[in-house]
Design a protein around this ligand. Structure first.
Ligand SMILES: Cc1cc2nc3c(=O)[nH]c(=O)nc-3n(C[C@H](O)[C@H](O)[C@H](O)COP(=O)(O)OP(=O)(O)OC[C@H]3O[C@@H](n4cnc5c(N)ncnc54)[C@H](O)[C@@H]3O)c2cc1C
Length: 432
């Protein structure tokens, strides 16, 4: 099965239409034995599997749908460092020592992504062309100045840019207040990247299975036995890398985050003249508006924009119309272009806004809650999980290992995000 499935029948994903072929076809139909079972075929699961295989461990990976079905095949493709919140926030939540360790582990996460791309010759439109957290107004810039100071204190190679430079990078009359430029960051075709990770893992001997959802996970002596509809895997240790898409026997992972949606719209290709005006250096941008917007240009010269919300049912036309007004304001030169693709995806949000690496039981690791930043995070976390499992050295693992936590009032809180953003998009007539 190579088709990338949409979240909803009205959706059509740019990444599904332009990605490299899916290298995984088989479904689990036997009983296997492995050192480590990985559940979930996104960045976290595949980076874990790849790095475990590099260390000589035998690995089986089960994916319920297709490789990259979750956030990894749907995201905006901005390969950013760190987490959404400022480094100081992480320190406040985790404490000085643990927070610093955590921040340092993710400070240079794009470097690992681009290093893997190069080492394995991945074909995923990877461009280390920088990303910019860009201010939409003077108040946004004040927030970014604080953030930049904290990132620089951490040793991150970021720099503040002024309004003229922000305007030059974006080609937008609105983004004229400055921003934070991260020259080590960049963009990728997200579905091609996750499929490339799968290809690299397969070459190293990882057993990869699609349409093979974990249905039951239970103790089997000192090991774990996982069953799917048509097979089983027995392993010493298990990584549940199902995150916001956790399904089947999720071992509580599903309840450990709030499902929050992000949607994206991509225009038809711009001609060369227009493409030279809109983000001409091809950096990835995300802004400081209350309804955060990201913008980038893909390898086919399409402007790709994202913001909060899903495209389910009647929400679709409201969100799409709002994004058209938003685009007209931010990039008025693109006014003649039609949307060619639109799709959405789910992000796992935690109350602390910081990812958790949970241990529902001995021998099971269940990371979740990347809060919208998972390309570098999932790749780095997978590498560290592989090191932890291969060496048993908990001291060197840079993330706190926690008991499973359940988010309270999941449905009402998720509904609040969903309908709150819809109401804001409905009443925001700017650009109309
Ligand atoms: C629209 C959108 C835009 C985003 N933009 C960015 C961005 O620009 N930059 C960035 O860094 N991050 C971004 N993110 C976040 C990023 O995509 C995610 O954090 C990341 O993909 C999470 O990867 P993962 O491997 O942990 O989980 P996922 O990619 O969600 O993978 C989990 C997998 O587990 C599978 N699964 C679930 N249950 C089972 C089961 N029982 N058995 C077997 N398999 C199962 C699912 O089918 C899924 O494929 C965005 C997210 C979205 C949705």
């Amino acid at each position: 099965m190579s088709e990338h499935l949409p979240e909803d029948s009205g959706e059509r994903s740019l990444w599904g239409a332009t990605a490299i072929a899916n290298p995984v076809e088989s479904r689990l139909r036997e009983s296997l034995d492995a050192d480590v079972l990985v559940v979930g075929g996104g960045y976290t699961g595949l980076s874990s599997a790849l790095h475990l295989a590099e260390r000589g461990l035998s690995v089986v990976l089960l994916e319920a749908r297709s490789i990259g079905f979750g956030g990894s095949g749907r995201n905006a493709g901005l390969v950013n460092a760190g987490v959404w919140r400022n480094p100081q926030h992480v320190v406040e939540v985790l404490g000085a020592e643990a927070g610093q360790k955590f921040n340092l582990a993710l400070r240079d996460s794009p470097a690992l992504v681009f290093e893997l791309v190069e080492r394995y010759g991945m074909d995923c439109e990877a461009q280390r062309c920088a990303t910019v957290n860009i201010a939409h107004a003077p108040a946004g810039m004040r927030h970014l100045e604080t953030r930049c100071r904290q990132l620089q204190d951490l040793g991150a190679g970021v720099e503040l840019i002024d309004g003229a430079r922000a305007q030059e990078i974006s080609g937008s009359p609105v983004y004229r207040h400055g921003g934070i430029l991260d020259p080590g960051a960049g963009t990728i075709q997200p579905l091609s990247y996750v499929r490339s990770l799968a290809l690299a893992a397969r070459v190293l001997g990882v057993g990869l299975y699609q349409e093979s959802g974990l249905e039951e996970l239970r103790r089997h002596g000192s090991r774990w036995q996982a069953t799917t509809g048509s097979g089983s895997v027995t392993a010493d240790q298990v990584i549940l890398a199902t995150n916001a898409y956790a399904d089947g026997d999720s071992q509580g992972v599903r309840e450990s985050t709030l499902p929050v949606y992000i949607f994206q719209c991509a225009t038809e290709p711009m001609d060369e003249t227009l493409a030279a005006e809109v983000i001409p250096g091809r950096q990835g941008l995300w802004d400081t508006q209350a309804l955060m917007t990201s913008a980038r240009v893909d390898g086919g010269r399409r402007l790709v924009m994202s913001s909060a919300g899903s495209l389910h049912g009647v929400q679709r036309s409201v969100r799409e119309d709002w994004m058209a007004r938003n685009r007209k304001r931010l990039f008025p030169q693109t006014r003649g272009l039609r949307w060619q693709y639109r799709w959405s995806g789910r992000v796992g949000v935690t109350s602390s806004k910081i990812l958790r690496v949970q241990q529902p039981a001995p021998g099971i690791y269940a990371p979740a809650g990347f809060n919208g930043r998972g390309i570098g995070t999932g790749t780095v976390l997978g590498k560290h999980l592989a090191e932890l499992i291969a060496s048993g050295d908990r001291e060197s693992f840079p993330f706190p290992l926690e008991a499973l936590q359940r988010e309270q009032w999941r449905s009402p809180r998720a509904g609040y995000y969903q309908y709150g953003t819809l109401a804001l998009q409905l009443v925001d007539r700017r650009g109309g």
